[in-house]
Design a protein around this ligand. Structure first.
Ligand code: BG6
Length: 454
């Protein structure tokens, strides 16, 4: 894992760090209007990165990373969605140039959870095929404006999550059956949009690499009973293979399409989609990994309606893994070896190089003696990096490791109560203060780790 051939990075996403709501021509995003419960921070100021960008890049340089994984804010690049917003483009030009100037490779993701609210209002967002074209136009604006300098790209971050979470995609359908149907339709449109965007990418950024960022599923059966084993296989198909098989081979796993047909949830497609889906293969896979998932069969008459939509079916449900240590914010348990197990399975299936795009520990950090003594995070990162080293030593192609997150940011659902950053951002959910940056112990530990490996 030496300097020349390995990316040591750190990650963020636009709506979780930037803030700058309504600034510089930014349009309104789904994440700007979502219903955030009282007492929890929203994205309007977030970590105020919009106004601290150069300071944050200076901290990245001091940290010693050579990769910054971030995302473009769709509504900063495209305003309300239809026309490029020059001020937003300028903001990212400045960010990209500053990173490159410090020897940091910019690695943006096109779509990390937020999208123009105007599209949801006008045509239902991803429910409509119209959204595919709007995404491709947006991707093309990014490739044309940044592709001369940016050579490493992510398409969609965690399609599993973004197609299911109503407050991110704006699908607030209340009819239970219709909601499920729409989730699968939206996901299909996202897959198609990804492929069409890759097609444009090949024409515009000839020497670049691009690929999806998956929420890696490391699925363990709760017990060796055949029912639980089958449930865990089903879960793999529904939580991961349905996205990656589409990205790589342009088709769904059989078990997935059979089930959707039976339920009447199979998405509407067009014959001409087939060729687009079958071509335009990605070059890399981004791996987001926090913990493994334990799965069991659904019991007769069991109510799964309170679980996230992708668990609402008769084929599998969440189990409990007694072998892992669980914490308040990591309720599935901590499982470093799962990172190795999951990446190995993905490599054997798709044979593409990978980059760990997210991996980190959530904790309610406390500022003490002017800093944060987060030895629990150091331990988590250390154990997961060891699994990456093992993976590389065994000859698998891992291009980089980029933990979540560079700095504290608004969690996707729990504000600033839980934090992941290497850098503390001095604000709370209700008091924004000055958002002062304070490197934590984990920052200095990671700095040393990178130095030793260069
Ligand atoms: C991933 C996302 O799902 O997990 C991030 O890509 C997110 O955006 C991270 O922040 C951690 O999840 P959460 O819900 O704790 O913020």
């Amino acid at each position: 894992m030496g300097k020349k051939d390995f990316y040591w990075g750190a990650s963020t996403s636009a709506f979780q760090v930037e803030g700058g709501f309504g600034e510089g021509g930014k349009g309104v995003a789904t994440t700007d209007v979502r219903n955030v419960p009282d007492g929890i921070a929203d994205s309007k100021i977030a970590s105020d990165h919009y106004y601290h960008m150069l300071e944050d890049i200076a901290l990245m340089e001091e940290l010693g990373i050579n990769l910054y994984r971030f995302s473009f804010n769709w509504t900063r690049v495209m305003g309300e969605g239809m026309e490029p917003n020059q001020e937003g483009i300028q903001f990212y030009n400045q960010l990209i140039d500053a990173c490159i100037g410090k020897g940091i490779t910019p690695f943006p993701t096109l779509y990390h959870f937020e999208m123009p609210q105007a599209f949801v209002t006008a045509f239902g967002g991803w429910k409509s095929r119209e959204c595919v074209d709007r995404f491709v136009d947006y991707a093309e604006v990014c490739f044309q404006n940044f592709g001369d300098r940016v050579k490493l790209w992510g398409t969609i971050n965690e399609q599993l999550i973004v197609s299911a979470a109503s407050d991110l995609n704006g699908n607030h359908e209340t009819d239970v059956d219709e909601k499920m149907k729409q989730m699968y339709q939206m996901s299909y449109h996202m897959s198609l949009a990804e492929k069409k965007a890759i097609q444009r990418f090949r024409e515009i950024v000839k020497d670049g690499k691009i690929g999806p960022v998956c929420s890696m599923q490391v699925v363990y059966p709760e017990s060796p009973s055949p029912e639980n084993i089958l449930a865990s296989k089903n879960a793999e198909d529904f939580l991961q293979n349905c996205f990656l098989d589409m990205s790589m081979n342009g088709e769904y796993p059989k078990s997935y399409s059979n089930y959707l047909h039976t339920k009447g949830w199979f998405p509407k497609t067009k014959p001409e989609d087939r060729l687009i889906l079958k071509s335009n293969k990605p070059d890399i896979i981004g791996i987001n990994y926090y913990c493994s998932t334990c799965i069991r069969a659904v019991e007769k008459g069991e109510d799964t309606s309170k679980l996230p939509p992708f668990y609402r079916n008769e084929l599998f449900t969440l189990g409990n893994n007694p072998h892992l240590v669980k914490t308040k914010w990591m309720e599935f348990g901590i499982d470093p070896e799962g990172l190795y197990i999951g990446m190995r399975a993905i490599y054997e299936k798709y044979k593409l190089p990978m980059i760990v795009t997210e991996n980190g520990l959530a904790f309610s950090d406390v500022l003490e003696d002017g800093t944060v003594h987060d030895d629990y995070r150091i331990d988590y990162l250390n154990q997961h990096i060891k699994q990456c080293e093992r993976f590389i030593e065994e000859g698998y192609p891992l291009l980089g490791y980029s933990p979540w997150s560079l700095l504290d940011l608004v969690s996707s659902h729990q504000g600033f109560k839980k934090r992941y950053g290497l850098i503390y951002v001095d604000r709370t959910d209700t008091d924004v203060k000055e958002c002062r940056r304070i490197p934590k112990d984990s920052y200095y530990w990671y700095q040393k780790k990178i130095k030793e490996n260069y």
